[in-house]
Design a binder for this molecule. Structure first.
Ligand SMILES: Cc1cc2nc3c(=O)[nH]c(=O)nc-3n(C[C@H](O)[C@H](O)[C@H](O)COP(=O)(O)OP(=O)(O)OC[C@H]3O[C@@H](n4cnc5c(N)ncnc54)[C@H](O)[C@@H]3O)c2cc1C
Length: 307
């Protein structure tokens, strides 16, 4: 027999588990289906989450799972491969063969970071190849830092933005334009912030047991203790597409401030809807969505009873 829930949450990161905790405590029948690959898994420590600063990311999620299950929420280790239906009768198909029925669905599947295709980047991603100064800038403070420019339009603007931020953490910040052409205004801004620019295509990041520096294609090697890169952010939004949700021109799902999408009964929270969400704000978005979903169910039931 198909298991039936008030709410099925796809994704058990900070957003999904926070939503599940609120719904389980509201005595809703709730399941979280999680594939077990949160975005910050490569990082040893998570920073900037009040009261949890420095906690390993896996510990936060393990604590969250324990809290959700303590209130009767279910956490299912699987992948949702398809979703369809309509409010009060959504069906989610899982990779291992089972299907779940749900009155409401919350998609909290996060995003994927598409990294620059240079040797050494992926090996050190989340350790000394970084993207977020608020997450890990403090850990590399006062060290020689580099920032990699890139070709992709969105990534170029973010790489320059990163380089402008970083002098707060180190006086030694080098910007490698790599394949991009800096505008005069960008150069002036970088100069004003004390960021030096080193022209030349980057061949690879030099890595042994840690990042050692950057090798340019003309053979020069520049020692750096940390490199910041600007990945392209790709929402893990296949289920939102399958469910027929509307997207904006930038390709991000459209939601109201509580995470409600254009499709009745379907919510989205965390990085799948907001690439800028940190762990604490993804958790907040999950909590906000859960409260809105519960209210939506209450009103649907009250309206049906009045009729
Ligand atoms: C290297 C790195 C370090 C970071 N460090 C920090 C930091 O120190 N502090 C901070 O605040 N932020 C940090 N971040 C950002 C942080 O990772 C995100 O803010 C946070 O993970 C967003 O939470 P989320 O719940 O939206 O998504 P995620 O945490 O990515 O969780 C999404 C979950 O959904 C699952 N999933 C996806 N598709 C499916 C499916 N079809 N079926 C079932 N499950 C599915 C995934 O496997 C995953 O477990 C870092 C990011 C990176 C890349």
């Amino acid at each position: 027999m198909i298991r039936t829930y008030d709410v099925v949450i796809v994704g058990g990161g900070a957003a999904g588990l926070s939503a599940a905790l609120v719904l389980a405590r509201a005595r809703r029948r709730v399941a979280v289906v999680d594939a077990g690959a949160p975005r910050n898994a490569p990082a040893e420590h998570m920073h900037g989450f009040l009261s949890r600063d420095g906690m390993p990311p896996a510990d936060l999620l393990a604590t969250g799972v324990a809290e959700v299950t303590r209130y009767g929420g279910e956490v299912i280790d699987d992948v949702v491969i398809d979703a369809g239906g309509s409010a009060d009768d959504y069906i989610l198909r899982l990779e291992r063969g089972e299907s779940l029925r749900a009155r409401r669905v919350l998609i909290a599947t996060g995003l994927r970071d598409e990294l620059p295709a240079l040797p050494g980047v992926r090996e050190r991603w989340g350790r000394d190849v970084l993207h977020c100064p608020y997450c890990h800038g403090y850990e590399v403070r006062d060290q020689p830092i580099g920032v990699l420019g890139g070709r992709e339009p969105g990534a170029i603007a973010r790489a320059v933005h990163l380089a402008l931020l970083l002098p707060q953490w180190s006086e030694d910040v080098l910007f490698f334009p790599h394949t991009m052409a800096l505008s005069d205004v960008e150069r002036a801004h970088l100069d004003a912030r004390g960021v030096r620019v080193l022209e030349g295509k980057v061949a690879r990041f030099v890595v042994d047991d840690a990042l050692r520096g950057v090798e340019l294609s003309d053979g020069r090697t520049v020692p750096r203790a940390a490199m910041f890169v600007a990945p392209a952010f790709r929402a893990d939004d296949a289920l939102l597409v399958a469910l027929g949700c509307a997207f904006d021109d930038g390709g991000w799902v459209i939601t109201d401030p509580a995470g409600r999408t254009s499709v009745p009964g379907v919510w989205a929270a965390g990085n799948v809807a907001d690439p800028a969400a940190q762990v604490i704000s993804a958790a907040g978005a999950g909590s906000t969505a859960a409260i809105a979903i519960n209210a939506d169910l209450v009103m649907a039931d009250a309206t049906a009873l009045v009729r």
